[in-house]
Design a protein around this ligand. Structure first.
Ligand code: C5P
Length: 338
């Protein structure tokens, strides 16, 4: 075997409920992850020493060397492999990016998950999905979900996962990529500041028909009832889960929510206009992806998603757009061409 290639999806958070800052600097979460059809590809080949090369979308902004999350994943996997195994040699990791960097779509975590799956295969490690998930959780909060894919509830830092039972509905999403980036730790810090100042509770639910776009963008009156005071323990949104069980995009659109949204908007105000534009153009729901700055819109069908994508790109409210569907599986080995 010369090398192994793994394809890995971006993620959305259909709900992202954030608790108070913990002593270790992280925040307890309840989130509904959803993997979508925007993929990076990661190839590993044996080499004298570990190294990484990145090409594609935003490649120049991906850290090289030891700071690269995929290389950290390689090292973490090597640390749990038996001594003397093939893993003692180095690997060269090639990442082909389509998931934008620092965009709220967990692209770096996806690459780390792909590197785990690829090296497990390359080294004949034979680790189970559960064992890989344990290693993944040590590498980053979103890495375990990129292994799993589909739609799943995440707890803890986001690494404790339960697959969501739902009918096999394909949802049609439009992603609006921003001209800029947001660093996840800065967005969490902004949320802590907003909460300390008493201006952010259970923040941004912007989905849903029946109220004006401006009101929906404040995120202060989501469909889940009264705001969580400041930052209590996060709860799974029963409304979203029942919408997912129904398979009705209209209901899912209404139930989307993201506690980081207000913080992301405070750091990147033009996103407000992007979200409002998508809702005016008929999206069933809109929200900031994770810590942003990508904006996510749910469309009623593939045709509506195409209309929305064309209109959004014409409206000058984002750098570019992509149409994706979800849920899709997590990291999978791409069969070698015969
Ligand atoms: O785990 P990961 O390295 O992806 O997290 C990046 C940063 O996001 C953390 O350093 C932390 O600042 C923030 N974070 C958090 N609570 C979480 C997940 C991430 O505060 N549950």
């Amino acid at each position: 075997m010369i090398g192994v290639t793994v394809r890995v999806p971006a993620k959305l958070n259909l709900q992202l409920a954030v608790g108070p800052r913990r002593a270790d600097g992280y925040h307890d979460l309840v989130t509904v992850f959803h993997a979508v059809s925007l993929f990076d590809e990661v190839t590993v080949v044996p080499a004298e020493r570990d190294g990484v090369a990145v090409s594609g979308e935003g490649a120049d902004r991906v850290p090289g060397g030891r700071d690269n999350l995929a290389l950290r994943a390689v090292a973490a996997l090597r640390a749990v492999m038996p001594r003397g195994a093939a893993c003692r040699a180095g690997v060269h990791v090639t990442i082909t990016k389509r998931i934008p960097v620092a965009a709220g779509l967990a692209g770096g975590s996806a690459d780390a998950a792909a590197a785990l799956v690829a090296c497990n295969e390359l080294w004949g490690g034979g680790l189970s999905q559960d064992q890989l998930a344990e290693v993944a959780a040590r590498v980053g909060s979103d890495v375990a979900f990129a292994l799993l894919g589909g739609t799943a509830v995440g707890r803890g830092r986001g690494e404790r996962l339960t697959p969501a039972l739902a009918p096999a509905t394909a949802y049609h999403w439009v992603l609006a990529f921003a001209d800029g980036q947001l660093a996840t730790p800065e967005v969490y810090a902004a949320l802590d500041r907003l909460r300390a100042a008493g201006s952010a509770g259970s923040a941004g639910s912007v989905g849903g028909a029946g109220s004006g776009p401006a009101e929906r963008l404040t995120g202060r009156k989501g469909p889940k009832g009264p705001d969580r005071a400041g930052a209590g323990d996060p709860d799974l949104d029963a409304g979203l889960m029942s919408a997912l069980r129904s398979g009705e995009a209209r209901l899912v659109g209404r139930a989307l929510s993201n506690d980081l949204q207000q913080a992301a908007l405070s750091l990147f105000p033009p996103l407000r206009k992007t979200l409002a534009a998508g809702l005016e153009l008929g999206a069933l729901g809109a929200l900031v992806a994770g810590s942003g700055p990508t904006c996510v819109f749910l469309a009623a069908s593939a045709d509506r998603a195409l209309d929305l994508a064309v209109s959004l790109s014409g409206a000058g409210v984002c750098r570019s757009v992509a149409r994706v569907t979800g849920p899709v599986p997590g990291a999978v080995v791409v069969p070698a061409a015969k």
